[in-house]
Design a protein around this ligand. Structure first.
Ligand code: R5P
Length: 293
């Protein structure tokens, strides 16, 4: 037994300094367990509290989408500018180098194709494989108002239960049917249902009128879905407005990888998300980077 040195002991224990009890920077995530918080923290940057998710999972229901035909050639150069990659296990295992430091959000629902009813999905990845792949979250499509609404919601709640067992968050992806009206009322309904049933964060489309009410009435972080390709300045403007109106990031695919200059575009999106860059400045940045080749 070392000699009892009361003075030294008191010094090393720093009794005058209370231990810091950190809060957690993400909305609605304060009561999550350590592993969940750590994984959410690998998706959402702790300084900005936001994320740039690069969505490249489109092939799970529509095959080789334009811009994603060669993920090795077209997508790998974009990875350094993303916080997170959202993709399927097929593309992850076959093409993405395991040495990347970006977090992975794994597409775990599937079972339908563009040739049939899209909402007829099931859980398509075992939780064990999600763990094996070291994913930071699981993405499940939720079709509120769709033909298979109940089935898709239950897919999500099953993943929430399984993920909770292992500390893996669930991202609910609100999918809007062709005939449904994309307005704030719909997205308030869809995002809130997902959050009430346990989703840890939610992907929603941007709406011009009332997006701030969608973000405010959802108790967990919302990331903005990109949607079909629009001109670069418009996409940057949409991302800027979503962020300023309460989104905690973007989950963009086509507006990045189908851009004329994807590497420049993802850097411009990154500046809008993490640095509150204005759409005009970000577009200038896009053009400069594009011209630099
Ligand atoms: C579709 O459901 C997929 O989840 C995509 O990841 C999603 O649509 C985002 O990609 P985009 O920005 O191209 O719409």
């Amino acid at each position: 037994m070392p000699e009892h040195d009361k003075q030294k002991e008191a010094k090393e224990c720093y009794p005058e300094i209370p231990q810091k009890t950190e809060g957690f920077y993400l909305k609605g995530c304060g009561s999550l367990d350590w592993g969940m918080k750590n994984r959410m923290g690998r998706i959402f940057n702790s300084e900005s509290g936001r994320t740039v998710m690069l969505a490249i999972d489109h092939g799970y229901f529509q095959g080789p989408t334009s811009g994603l035909e060669r993920v090795d050639l077209n997508i790998l150069p974009l990875i350094p500018y993303a916080d997170t990659l959202m993709l399927t296990r097929g593309i992850l295992r076959t093409i993405i180098p395991p040495s990347i430091t970006q977090s992975i959000v794994l597409r775990v629902s599937g079972g339908s194709s563009i040739l049939k009813e899209l909402s007829n999905e099931d859980i398509a990845v075992d939780i064990e494989d999600t763990i094996r792949l070291n994913a930071c979250a699981m993405a499940v499509q939720v079709f509120v108002g769709g033909e298979y609404e109940r089935q898709s919601i239950i897919n999500m709640t099953k993943m929430v239960d399984m993920g909770t067992r292992y500390g893996i968050p669930t991202l609910a992806v609100t999918a809007v049917g062709k005939d449904m009206k994309r307005d704030a009322r719909y997205f308030r309904l869809a995002t809130r249902i997902c959050a009430e049933l346990g989703a840890h964060y939610i992907k929603s489309y941007y709406v011009e009128d009332g997006f701030e009410t969608v973000a405010a009435s959802c108790p967990v972080p919302i990331v903005m879905a990109g949607g079909k390709k629009i001109p670069e300045l418009d996409a940057l403007t949409m991302a800027y407005k979503a962020i300023q109106e309460g989104a905690a990031g973007v989950d963009m695919g086509r507006n990045i990888f189908q851009s004329e200059a994807p590497v420049a575009m993802i850097q411009a999106v990154n500046a809008v998300v993490h640095k509150n860059e204005s759409p005009e400045k970000a577009f200038e940045m896009y053009n400069t980077l594009k011209n630099e080749g």
